[in-house]
Ligand binder design. Structure first.
Ligand SMILES: Cc1cc2nc3c(=O)[nH]c(=O)nc-3n(C[C@H](O)[C@H](O)[C@H](O)COP(=O)(O)OP(=O)(O)OC[C@H]3O[C@@H](n4cnc5c(N)ncnc54)[C@H](O)[C@@H]3O)c2cc1C
Length: 300
């Protein structure tokens, strides 16, 4: 257990988690935030955005502001940020507990879990065979400089492809985008970009070779074609980053109404729709207010 006596645990410091922490701190609650990577890590990939009130036009600028918000509340002595990965959340009659991967167990009156979504990997989909390949980086986490002049295969045609291309209009890249039938409808918005070759396939295998990657793709009714690529990136969509102890429903998302009363869920983790920064912030704020008002209603 930590020696710090927290009122609220917050897991994940994205827009939802930071909003929860700031709201709780403003109500004079003591808040312990656990973050596995860095504050606003997901936002680093958003090169251009136009739907977040307050004049925010890039993700990194917003991430920096969120980190500054947390730092301000830390200086006030009401927020602490721990670096660590939560591996379980448990609701008890009198408290919520969060276990970390290093063995620490944190406890407070309630916990807000706002771990968002994480990129699907080749092993999560049936049309890719990439045994022994290890980790492949998602496209949306990759900078234009890393891909400059390299022949790059992108697996999947999920929407971040269009976002990436719009954010890097002058990037000198060549993408072979291999995608399955289910992604076909998403390709309209990128079809006229000369930097792409869109390739509808049935399945693909990827293996590491000394020159980079050997890729073999099968199109419907045609012979397999094999080529070598310098880089292979994933663009397969995402899955909820639910942690054990949460109640998960369709597709692994975590409906807030089905959780233990001391466990609140906020942001992208709630469901496949409505995955937006402004929504996540509202959710996080609401999640912090819920235990606050519940505590007010209980006579001491
Ligand atoms: C390429 C791209 C472009 C986007 N563009 C836009 C846009 O223009 N406008 C818009 O509104 N939205 C956009 N989004 C969506 C937006 O990023 C999300 O809706 C928003 O970040 C969700 O906030 P969140 O706090 O729920 O989750 P996240 O921002 O995903 O934050 C979750 C945090 O939890 C941490 N975490 C995860 N698991 C654990 C664990 N076990 N223990 C501890 N910490 C953990 C993660 O490191 C992360 O920092 C985009 C997303 C992507 C990928």
């Amino acid at each position: 257990m930590t020696s710090w006596d927290a009122d609220l645990l917050v897991v994940g410091a994205g827009p939802a988690g930071v909003a929860a922490a700031v709201m709780a701190s403003s109500l004079r609650m003591k808040v312990l935030v656990v973050e596995a990577e860095q504050v606003g890590s997901k936002l680093q990939a958003i090169g251009a955005m136009e739907n977040v009130p307050g004049g925010w036009s890039t993700g990194p600028a917003l991430a920096e502001a969120l980190a500054a918000d947390l730092a301000r509340h830390q200086r006030l002595g009401r927020v602490r940020v721990l670096s660590g990965r939560a591996v379980r959340v448990t609701g008890h009659g009198d408290r919520a507990e969060v276990a970390l991967d290093d063995g620490r167990v944190l406890a407070a009156s309630a916990a807000v879990v706002a771990t968002g979504v994480t990129a699907l990997a080749p092993g999560d989909v049936s049309w890719i065979a990439a045994p022994d390949i290890g980790w492949l980086s998602p496209l949306w986490r990759t900078t234009a400089d890393e891909l400059d002049g390299r022949r790059t295969v992108v697996l999947g045609a999920d929407r971040p492809l269009g976002t990436w291309l719009r954010a890097h209009p002058n990037a000198k890249v060549h993408f072979d985008v291999l995608f399955p039938e289910v992604d076909q409808y998403k390709t309209d918005e990128v079809a006229d970009d000369q930097r792409l070759r869109l390739d509808l396939i049935e399945r693909v295998t990827v293996a590491r070779v000394p020159e980079g990657f050997r890729v073999t793709a099968w199109r419907s009714g045609a012979a397999a074609h094999t080529f070598t690529a310098d880089a292979v990136l994933t663009n397969l969509g995402s899955k909820p980053a639910a942690i054990p102890g949460l109640v998960a429903g369709a597709g692994g998302y975590c409906p807030p109404d089905e959780q233990h009363p001391r466990i609140l869920v906020a942001g992208d983790l709630k469901g496949a729709k409505m995955q937006r920064i402004a929504v996540a912030m509202g959710d996080g704020s609401r999640a912090a207010l819920t235990p606050y008002y519940q505590a007010q209603a209980v006579p001491s």
